[in-house]
Design a protein around this ligand. Structure first.
Ligand SMILES: [Zn+2]
Length: 243
């Protein structure tokens, strides 16, 4: 059965209600002129109960993928529930950062006027590449140079925000930029630095099958861009030895 995902002209609420959950959500996104790339968060467009519908829809289509792969899911007990497991894994776990709102983060003013370099990390990163949906496993370090007008957030919140951004199909360069934008908006530091180092399983499992390759990239903003000493201090304090 071919999957019809072409846009439809909807004339009334009744017609909208007849669409699948993914079609309804897409209809709202298009109507709001809102981007819905793999690494975008679309939680604001999902209504109560629709996640369960989405899961059922992904399960049904995943089952079609297994059929197209000519796997006998009826007699093969190992793959009997695979479509359901994969749907649940995508929506509730590995891509949850697309479907759930940003974790609540309390910001508090910088009462003590901290203005020293602060480093958070390594934060464990579990993500997936948008190209192959293969895992990306790695670590992130965040450097913050606050000023008296900065908002501070609890240490564990850096990991929560990082997890929220990484648990989507991502491209490493875009992931670190997204994380930097989010932290810049909330913390408003004088300087912000992020380094991410990750294994891309599409390099190990397929393609060149290079098991040693790691991708490292960084974002430097504000004081970290202007001040080479600060940048050096940050980079020298990263504990990357155990990788
Ligand atoms: Zn890939």
């Amino acid at each position: 059965m071919p999957v019809d995902s072409s846009p439809k002209i909807i004339k009334n609420e009744e017609q909208l209600a007849q669409l699948s959950a993914s079609q309804r959500i897409r209809y709202r996104l298009v109507g709001a002129d809102c981007r819905y790339h793999a690494n975008d968060n679309i939680s604001a467009f999902i209504k109560d109960g629709e996640m369960e519908e989405l899961k059922a829809e992904v399960q049904a289509r995943m089952q079609q993928v297994l059929e197209a792969l000519v796997i006998d899911t009826d007699s093969d007990h190992n793959t009997h529930d695979t479509a359901q497991r994969v749907a649940k894994m995508f929506l509730d776990e590995v891509f949850a950062g697309r479907y759930t709102p940003m974790p609540s983060v309390t910001e508090f003013p910088n009462f003590s006027r901290l203005n020293e370099l602060m480093i958070v990390g390594p934060i464990t990163v579990r993500s997936a590449c948008s190209h192959h949906l293969c895992p990306i496993m790695g670590r992130v370090w965040i450097g913050i140079l606050p000023n008296e007008h900065s908002n501070l957030i609890g240490l564990s919140k850096y990991a929560r925000i990082c997890e929220w951004i990484m648990s989507r199909p991502q491209i490493q360069e875009e992931a670190v930029t997204m994380l930097a934008n989010e932290l810049q908006d909330r913390v408003k530091p004088d300087g912000l630095a992020i380094v991410m180092e990750a294994d891309h399983f599409c390099m190990h499992w397929r393609g060149v099958k290079d098991t040693e390759a790691k991708m490292i990239n960084s974002v430097m903003r504000g004081a970290f861009l202007k001040d080479a000493n600060l940048r050096r201090e940050f980079l020298s304090l990263l504990d990357r030895k155990s990788s």
